[in-house]
Ligand binder design. Sequence first.
Ligand code: MRU
Length: 346
Amino acid sequence: MIPTIEWSGKYIRMIDQRKIPRKLEWYTCRNYVQVINAIEKMVIRGAPAIGVAAAMGLALGAESIKAHSYDDFKRNFKKIADKMIKARPTAVNLGWAVERMSQLVDKAPNTPLDILKKKLRAEADNILREDIEINRQMGQYGQGLIPGKATVLTHCNAGALATAGYGTALGVIRAAREKGKNVRVIADETRPWLQGLRLTAFELMQDHIPVSVIADNAAGSLMRQKVIDLVITGADRIAANGDVANKIGTYQVAVLARENRIPFYVAAPLSTIDPQKKTGDMIPIEERDPEEIFRFENKQIGPKGIKAINPAFDITPNKYISAIITEKGILRPPFKKKIRELFHSR
Ligand code: MRU
């Protein structure tokens, strides 16, 4: 699998996910503003991947700061960090990565600036490397939830492309396959960006994992016909009570799963949990350009002058979630208590 994002000399390059599967094209960012732009415009997307991009973007931004004192450097770094954090509001991994990079700056008042810049780049590399390891750990825990033969429904793309590699929800599926389980995937196409059709289908086919795509509105009917054994999705942010923000449409899949007595699992690293948000209602939901709904590949597909509402994420209340798969193990309800214990023991 091609890396989602990597250094290309002193610049950053990422696979342009807007073009997959038609083209596999690198998108090069020569400065931090281009990284912010790439996150906003969905060149790179998926909660853990935008966290990694933000960290690398900050390292790139730090290298361009021409400061003569630590205080001056820190002031400039904070300005870049404040802009980076606003690139997309829902996935907390972005803020988490910015915070981790900022803490490194805060703790290094006596470090020469050229060394500090190198340390920032090394920290961004750590975040990238750790993400892949975490996904593999999640895969190991999560695959235990999948029977020897299973059809798994997933929504959006929570795969290698949404992370530094391997994936969260798709990582669990990959791990089950590596254990020799007979797993096939049904991917919701995931309007309006079609992450399921374009990205999930693409990466699973590359790995020779059987996958079929469905229109989003077919999920309920297939569940009722007992075609689907379980659902696994990723998450963009998880509140302290276990409510989950994920790609728009996740909520209805979870409700349908409950109605049909199908387990609904969420796979996400601890960096996706935001203990500051008591419930899902406190999580900011990104509202994207309405054009994404009624224009397709630069063609207007709705009547001229049509209005659209385009929330990019929704909240699935914790009562619909059977378990949350993390790199530290599987959390079962009641999530509030489990999440509190997990964060207190860290
Ligand atoms: O708008 P996107 O494509 O960034 O949304 C991505 C999702 O909702 C994913 O399910 C989520 O980030 C988890 S990815 C491991």
